[in-house]
Design a protein around this ligand. Structure first.
Ligand code: ARG
Length: 231
């Protein structure tokens, strides 16, 4: 059976869903290299801790269950700290402040969040965007991967998607400025992205927090932030 706690001599078992640019992604499906702010940050954290990483690319909706079962030690998946999730896993100190937004092709006719009524929105299963859609009674088309959500817009399958602002921002600056609009959702609050852990492994959470603090104190964190978010 899976061990609940990390054996410090073994690589950290990391669960991610590498379809969330610029936090975690692969250049293409065959690439072995994981890129992004959170991957760089995690590598820097692991280096501080003297640990190796074994990264596992799985469905986002499967990540909390694998932590709970003790099959993974840490989730690095752009995961928003929510009350519901905090009942099931522990979260590190947050490393990014995010928000949900609507991404829509310029010609969709969608100008405000209210325009989504009666329209189909693309969402990634298990995300806060999916939760928003459900709570607001929106019709959804659901995908396992965030890359498929964005693809859905480009092929015209759905007229809008709900996703994290930094992900929409990055997409717009890379490919989509002249073709897509990003629309604010009135009343949505800030979301804080953090690493997640098995509830029984507080030690690991504390070690990761301590390493992040060091990286903030020595400027490494800020360097990575600037590299990926250009601010
Ligand atoms: N921040 C959102 C959430 O926690 C979306 C995260 C999606 N992450 C990913 N790796 N695809 O629900």
């Amino acid at each position: 059976k899976a061990d609940k706690k990390a054996d410090a001599s073994k690589p950290l078992r990391v669960a991610t869903n590498a379809t969330f640019v610029p936090f975690e992604f692969k250049e293409d499906a065959n690439s072995k290299e994981y890129q992004g702010f959170e991957m760089d940050l995690l590598r820097a954290v692991a280096k501080e801790m003297g640990r190796d990483l074994e990264i596992n690319n799985i469905a986002f909706s499967g990540i909390i269950p694998t932590l709970q079962q003790g099959d993974m030690d840490i989730a690095a998946a752009g995961m928003t700290v929510t009350k519901d999730r905090a009942q099931k896993v522990n979260f590190s100190e947050p490393f990014y402040e995010s928000k949900l937004v609507i991404l829509t092709p310029k010609n969709s006719g969608i100008k405000t969040a209210a325009d989504l009524a009666g329209k189909q929105v693309a969402i990634q299963i298990g995300t806060t965007g999916a939760q928003y859609a459900e709570e607001n009674g929106l019709q959804t088309k659901q995908f396992d991967n965030n890359s498929e959500v964005i693809m859905e817009l480009s092929v015209g399958g759905s007229p809008a998607a709900i996703l994290d602002k930094p992900v929409a921002d990055y997409f717009l600056t890379k490919d989509g400025k002249d073709k897509y609009n990003e629309i604010e959702i009135p009343g949505t609050k800030s979301e804080y992205l953090a690493f997640a852990f098995n509830k029984d492994n507080k030690e690991l959470m504390n070690e990761v927090n301590a390493a992040m603090e060091k990286l903030k104190a020595n400027g490494e964190f800020q360097k990575l932030y600037k590299k990926w978010f250009n601010t």
